[in-house]
Design a protein around this ligand. Structure first.
Ligand SMILES: [Zn+2]
Length: 220
């Protein structure tokens, strides 16, 4: 899990009333929404599984508040293409959400390949991976880790309509290219640089947007 560290703008956010009305909810769920998010601009999308915020210009934080990891994936948009930093749980359709936020082609990088950051990777065709055995193993997918994420104590509110809990798995994905420390991705009018930050996992990376003063750290 991680928290937004960039703050900006305006909009007050509330969980849907169906969530607060639940009778037996896990304790972590009582403290949501996190107070620091109330200062962020909220962006409407069609999928209630996600809450989307705009912490900086052309940056969207795609938050999954109904699962205990509270994972946040970041869509960073340039003039020619966009970079999606993590793809969340794979519980709902993150590709559909990103398509509502940009029409540009999307490349995916992962802050690391724990299951809660790669769940939607399979939906995308351009995935940069870090050249480690850890990454290659996780790209094979996993059912066990995914199933542990949806036990009742891990869910706050409702799973998406039509979600098949028994079939839930982290689906495998194809690494289409490798990325390394110091790589620069030109998104058109915006350059994103990769910084290797191994520790949380062997393949952990952070992204820096120097011109805009933004650092994306994943779980690091
Ligand atoms: Zn992690």
């Amino acid at each position: 899990m991680h928290q937004l560290t960039v703050s900006l703008a305006i909009c007050l956010t509330m969980l849907p009333s169906s969530v607060s009305a639940q009778s037996s909810i896990p304790s972590w769920c009582h403290t949501l929404p996190r107070p620091e998010y109330k200062s962020l601009a909220r962006v409407a999308t069609s999928d209630p599984w996600f809450e989307v915020y705009k912490p900086a210009s052309n940056v969207f934080a795609i938050y999954e508040p109904h699962q205990a990891e509270e994972v946040i994936s970041y869509l960073i948009v340039g003039n020619k293409r966009a970079l999606l930093f993590d793809t969340g749980m794979g519980i709902s359709d993150i590709e559909k959400v990103t398509s509502e936020l940009t029409n540009l082609p999307i490349i995916v990088l992962n802050s690391h390949t724990h299951d809660d950051h790669v769940g939607g990777n399979w939906e995308f065709s351009s995935i940069y991976g870090v050249d480690t055995d850890f990454t290659r193993k996780n790209a094979l997918g996993s059912r066990e880790d995914a199933q542990a994420e949806i036990t009742p104590d891990q869910i706050c509110g409702s799973l998406p309509n039509g979600f098949d809990a028994k079939a839930y798995t982290t689906r495998p994905w194809r690494i289409t290219a490798y990325t390394h420390d110091g790589d620069r991705f030109d998104l058109g009018g915006r350059t994103i640089e990769v910084i290797a930050t191994p520790g949380h996992t062997p393949d952990a990376i952070s992204l820096i947007d120097r011109a805009n003063g933004l650092l994306f750290t994943g779980d690091t």
